[in-house]
Design a protein around this ligand. Structure first.
Ligand code: GLU
Ligand code: ZN
Length: 465
């Protein structure tokens, strides 16, 4: 490790998908690492065996990769590191900084009740510390001995937060089955992995004084801390499933650009003047804790959609084409044809998401279009059958297959049958695209080409009228 090297980590518990809150924590860690040419470590905190799953761990890694938040070291799994934790637990017990507690659940309950009756904070009273030299073959947990005094967290976001140790009970660091608990393993890992900045949600601020005491007891340097404000739903309650889609995977499925999500996340609790749109390079250059607010960020899905639309308008056509490939399979012959970009360019303003863009451009990408019964009944009415036949005949002999010539033929057909544009334009649009919303019909004809246009019209005349 280089001197002064910044080392940060993202330490998810694998109990579900990658959530908006977790993704923001990961992003802030990533940005801080990049900004300081540091190292971003990924550590999976799977010591809670009842709640952790392999699938959740994979989903989280997958979500991070999709967002482009690549890590430099890891993933490390805490479940594979029990031997290491045990060494440090033994060390603390040996040094009498931790001790065996044999209290039964009933004893603990009684202790709490008594304290409550005295209007005191219900917490463990440390009684087994004085019995630490007694012999006992009952089951036990291991508790960390909290010394007297005060601890101040110098938080890069929250400022100084001081806690009197009277408020902290002797916490369990190993359960009766020997497995270590979160507050202990997080300290060992952050120390052993040489983490310099612990950047995480402020739901962990309460844990920080305990953790600082354990760094000190183990003889480790205490890292810097930055606790990020909560993310709330629009009703100002803590963001949860009740607020709709809150996992990164859901937004991927709905057709959001990974960068739009990152751009949205960076503004949840951080600001730079009133700028809303940031490239990755700008985020890296500008991100710092000075501008992380103390108050919660509010999750506004409409704003995310707005940001996504921004990238829909401004990303390159190549990016859009490769973006929609997640939602629709594109035959190579079409993907590389110049028409592909024309289709995307003509439709990008109408789509808010890549999924919508994929659907809108499917008339070109897929061999067939599927016209709904409703559109068939509404648009492919008997009075438009004859004019459609006329139009078909005329284009069959057209060699110069381009916009203006097609327009001329269409206008002639309208005149022949004394029709307004819309009465034949809309049926033709449905036949060619199965959609009422699409680029101009001459553009569609040109993009589809002569063979595909003719065969769609023929098929409609034979089977749908
Ligand atoms: N595993 C913890 C969580 O997902 C994070 C611990 C930490 O960042 O210190 O909430
Ligand atoms: Zn005890």
């Amino acid at each position: 490790m280089k001197k002064d090297e910044v080392r940060v980590r993202f330490a998810p518990s694998p109990t579900g998908f990658l959530h908006i809150g977790g993704a923001r924590t990961a992003l802030f860690n990533y940005l801080y690492a990049k900004r300081h040419n540091g190292v971003f470590v990924l550590r999976v905190e799977d010591t809670d065996q009842a709640r952790s799953t392999q699938e959740a761990a994979e989903a989280i890694l997958d979500g991070l990769s999709w967002l482009g938040l690549s890590w430099d070291e890891g993933p490390f799994f805490q479940s594979e590191r029990y031997d290491l934790y045990k060494e440090y637990i033994d060390q603390l017990v040996k040094e009498e900084k931790a001790y065996r507690c044999y209290c039964s659940p009933e004893t603990l309950e009684q202790m709490r009740e008594e304290l409550k009756a005295q209007k005191k904070k219900p917490m463990y009273d440390g009684r087994c510390f004085s019995r630490r030299h007694e012999k006992n073959d009952q089951p036990f947990v291991i508790r960390f001995r909290v010394p007297q005094g005060q601890t101040t967290v110098h938080d890069l976001v929250k400022g100084d937060v001081t806690v009197d140790h009277k408020e902290i009970e002797d916490l369990v660091i190993a359960r009766s089955d020997g497995t270590p608990t979160y507050n202990f393993v997080v300290v060992v890992d952050d120390a052993v992995m040489k983490i310099t900045h612990v950047i995480r949600g402020d739901d962990h601020l309460n844990n920080t004084p305990k953790q600082i005491l354990m760094y000190q007891a183990l003889g480790f340097d205490v890292p810097q801390f930055a606790h990020l404000p909560l993310i709330l739903g629009q009703d100002k309650t803590r963001l949860s499933k009740r607020h709709g889609a809150t996992s990164v995977q859901m937004y991927r499925d709905m057709g959001y650009f990974p960068h739009a999500i990152l751009n949205f996340l960076v503004r949840l609790g951080w600001s730079h003047k009133d700028q809303e749109i940031f490239s990755m390079a700008e985020m890296i250059e500008k991100f710092d804790f000075d501008a992380v607010g103390k108050s919660p960020g509010v999750f506004n899905p409409e704003k995310l959609l707005w940001i996504n639309q921004h990238y829909m308008k401004h990303n390159s056509l190549e990016e859009l084409v490769s973006g929609i490939e997640q939602y629709i399979e594109i035959p190579a012959s079409r993907k590389n044809a110049p028409e592909m970009k024309k289709v995307i360019d003509a439709l990008r303003d109408r789509a808010k998401t890549l999924d919508e863009l994929a659907k809108l451009s499917s008339f070109y990408i897929q061999d067939e279009v599927v016209i709904s019964k409703e559109d068939q009944l509404k648009f492919l009415t008997s009075d438009t059958k004859e004019p459609m036949q006329t139009f078909l005949q005329k284009i069959q002999s057209l060699n110069d297959w381009q916009h203006d010539a097609l327009e001329k033929i269409f206008q002639e057909t309208l005149t022949d049958h004394q029709l307004k544009f819309k009465s034949l334009g809309q049926p033709l649009r449905i036949i060619l695209t199965a959609s009422q919303f699409s680029p101009g019909i001459y553009d569609i004809l040109e993009i589809l080409g002569k063979d595909r246009s003719i065969s769609r019209i023929q098929k409609a005349l034979q089977t749908l009228y």
